[in-house]
Design a protein around this ligand. Sequence first.
Ligand code: DLZ
Length: 163
Amino acid sequence: MASQLKNLSDFSHTTVPDGAAYKIAIAVAEWNAEVTGSLYKGALETLLKHGVKEENIISLAVPGSFELTGAAEILLKKHADLDAVICLGCVIQGETRHFDFICDAIGNGITQVGIKYSKPVIFGVLTTNDLQQALDRSGGKHGNKGDEAAFTAIKMAHFLHTA
Ligand code: DLZ
């Protein structure tokens, strides 16, 4: 009989499996670098803290968040042994509809890439009304979405190998 989950209330949001066996890529956007640099720092530290080996982490920068989909596709095509890709970016609402197009494109794009390769592609993109909201979520009063993206990547890499 298939193993069953424990009561879901036993699971902590931050209960993370050991990442020692996994190879994970991080693609980070250069737009709003003050924010994305902190997201990247959080993600990298979290991967290392949970056992992912430094030599098994690939880090690459792309110009803007729009490029994250293409980056995830290229990474998964070139590195067949990757267990997950983390996409980090920060899109801040402006006066035009650019924000909506970029956010929709990234959300749909990285979902499709994950499905195409049957690999976890993690959405670590802040979509905020202003810079302060982004700072609050990249190491400020609301934590760091980079950390969250990293432990989600390890959990989904574990899922990939145990499902
Ligand atoms: C053009 C643009 C704008 C206006 N705003 C952002 C943003 O807030 N965050 C971000 O990551 N990128 C932005 N970009 C750049 C686009 O993501 C992309 O790099 C360009 O449209 C070129 O494809």
